[in-house]
Design a protein around this ligand. Structure first.
Ligand code: GDP
Length: 582
């Protein structure tokens, strides 16, 4: 078993061969390495093979995990505090709830101290048991962490205002939490308000599959008020109850491992990271790596700005002593051997690009069948965005029906509207494919999808969506036509020309528009019409193409309902030569 970051010397020792022999083999491959130089995975494997040894390569995290598993089997893992994220629609009281819980819990001695937002805090319930709250509320932060491969939240508290009920972001929160397979506790907030009806909220939640216990379901639901503090104690107890079912454990005897929640440069203190310790215990003086950053714990603070010497499982701490800034979501690992820690950090820095790339090889429809047949996946995770509720319902229904005994179509989230960054993050975190029906990605979402290698399939015909997914599941996907986007234009004026129709006075914002292109008219990222260009003019002259930064007049065949503010997207569909290899 070989570990990421190993040196020529390490490998020689592992394989029980002379370092000089090893260096010779490296030279054969054009690599002139010194004995302390680190080897990358491919080279190490190749060299091992040259010495007739089969090498399993594990990343450093995996090797530590493996060690950790062995140790925790030998020793005793103990119960740990649950880590909670609060989600819900804007203005339903997430921040108020976090503040109220925090305030009621501050002990006398802490009350005088400075409380600071470090990304998380811990409260004590019933004098002994603890709960850790992440204090960046919302499903975006939650899913961003997941997309980076971090799993920190054990329980989600879904806040729904009693006077407002289930709203779009409530639905998103539900989808994101379900996709992560994290249990819920529902907090129906603002029950102090006169005339509110929590029963109505429970009915709405039941429609989303979150049936309250007093409605015969198994979703723990508490009616609270962040304003008056009513039932906050009960909410905390219910969180513990749900935590008990999960049987959360960690071993404080291990070296610390966890996740970076936040990192920043602080005036006077240098690089500071808030780390959630998830297993083991972090101590002042420990060497560690956080992502690709090496560090040695110089000092640690809790959320009350109090110096601490140790931090056990589920504890958030601010850590000083990093040599750079890690990213939120990076894995944190303390390592006994100082040299090893430095080696791994420098190796990672070199490899950061590759690692980032490796992380983003996501599911595409083309690979779907292969992965299904190889048993790598047993379900097809989809995110569905539609123009109207009617198409959303029809498509959800038809796609769900594609599920077979062996393969399940799993719609992680479906809603009406443009494809947003949050949708892309959810897809990245859950390895899902996004289907846009008569909608487009917002510009930032398209960029993110590109970076994260998330596949977005855009359609305008229901049967094409269903057909495409069916064929992908059967491994018969033959992309016969491929759409290439040419450019987009913004409609800034409209002119009625008798006997011709409406001409859109446009400004090309990117790419180009050609006379023979097909076009799509978008209003608020929803497809209003698709057709061909009837006329393309620069001033009074016919033009064969107009590029970015220029103005032009566009007439669309058989369509006159153009409005100022619309977007015209030009594209060509090309026949793709089917790949018969592989
Ligand atoms: P967030 O957007 O979900 O973080 O919501 P906030 O915590 O900012 O709360 C939105 C508004 O609702 C604020 O004006 C709060 O004062 C108010 N609010 C929050 N919780 C309660 C509550 O329990 N009762 C009442 N009456 N108002 C509340």
């Amino acid at each position: 078993m070989l570990t990421e970051g190993l040196t020529v010397k390490d490998l020689a020792e592992k394989l029980d061969v002379k370092s000089t022999d090893m260096m010779r083999k490296l030279m054969d491959r054009g690599v002139f390495a010194t004995i302390n130089q680190t080897l990358d995975k491919e080279m190490a494997k190749d060299i091992a093979k040259a010495f007739n040894a089969e090498a399993d390569f594990v990343t450093f995290e995996e090797s530590v995990m493996l060690d950790a598993v062995e140790i925790s089997q030998a020793q005793n893992a103990l119960p740990r505090a649950p880590v909670v994220t609060i989600m819900g629609h804007v203005d339903h009281g997430k921040t108020s709830l976090l503040d109220a819980i925090r305030k009621t819990r501050v002990t006398e001695q802490e009350a005088g101290g400075i409380t600071q937002h470090i990304g998380a805090y811990q409260v004590t319930v019933k004098d002994s048991r603890k709960i850790t709250f992440l204090d960046t509320p919302g499903h975006e932060a939650f899913t961003l962490m997941r997309a980076r491969g971090a799993k920190v939240t054990d329980i989600v508290v879904l806040v729904v205002a009693a006077d407002d009920g289930v709203m779009p972001q409530t639905l998103e929160s539900i989808s994101h939490t379900k996709a992560a397979k994290v249990p819920f506790v529902v907090a129906i907030n603002k029950i102090d308000k006169p005339g509110v009806n929590p029963e109505r909220v429970k009915r709405e939640l039941a429609e989303q599959g979150l049936q309250a216990e007093d409605w015969g379901g198994d979703t723990v639901t508490v009616e609270v008020s962040a304003k008056t503090g009513q039932n906050l104690e009960l909410l905390l107890e219910m969180i513990l109850l749900v935590a008990d079912i999960q049987n959360l454990k960690a071993d404080p005897g291990l070296p610390a491992s966890g996740t970076v929640l936040e990192a920043k440069i602080d005036k006077g203190r240098g690089n500071v990271a808030t780390v959630l310790v998830q297993n083991g215990t972090l101590k002042v003086g420990d060497n560690f790596i956080a992502g690709a950053i090496y560090g040695k714990v110089r000092a640690m603070f809790d959320e009350n700005a109090k110096l601490v010497r140790e931090a056990g499982p589920s504890t958030p701490v601010e850590v000083l002593g990093l040599q750079g800034l890690p990213m939120a979501g990076d894995l944190f690992q303390s390592i006994a051997d100082d040299n090893k820690a430095r080696q791994i950090a420098s190796y990672r820095q070199e490899k950061l690009r590759d690692i980032a790339l490796a992380k983003t090889s996501r599911l595409t429809l083309d690979q779907l069948h292969k992965q299904l047949t190889e048993g790598e996946i047993k379900e097809v995770p989809l995110i569905l965005k539609c123009d109207v509720q009617g198409s959303q319902e029809a498509l959800t229904d038809m796609l769900n029906k594609l599920s077979t005994d062996k393969v399940k179509v799993r719609i992680l989230h479906s809603s009406v509207g443009a494809i947003t960054e949050t949708d892309v993050l959810l897809a990245a975190a859950s390895n899902a494919i996004i289907i846009g029906f008569n909608v487009r990605p917002e510009r930032k979402a398209a960029e993110l999808a590109n970076r994260e290698k998330v596949e977005i399939r855009l359609h305008t015909i229901i049967y094409n969506v269903v057909g495409e997914i069916t064929r992908a599941m059967q491994g018969m996907l033959e992309p016969v036509y491929k759409e290439t986007r040419l450019g987009t234009a913004e409609v800034r004026n409209t002119f009625r020309i008798p006997k011709v129709g409406t001409i859109a006075g446009c400004y090309i914002t990117d790419g180009k528009i050609t006379r023979n292109a097909e076009v799509r008219l978008l209003r608020d990222n929803v497809v209003i019409y698709e057709g061909k260009i009837a006329s393309l003019k620069r001033f009074k002259e016919d033009a064969s193409e107009v590029t970015r930064g220029y103005e032009c007049g566009i007439g669309i065949q058989n369509f006159n309902d153009v409005k100022v503010g619309d977007t015209i997207e030009a594209f060509v569909t090309e026949k793709v030569i089917t790949d018969l290899g592989a």
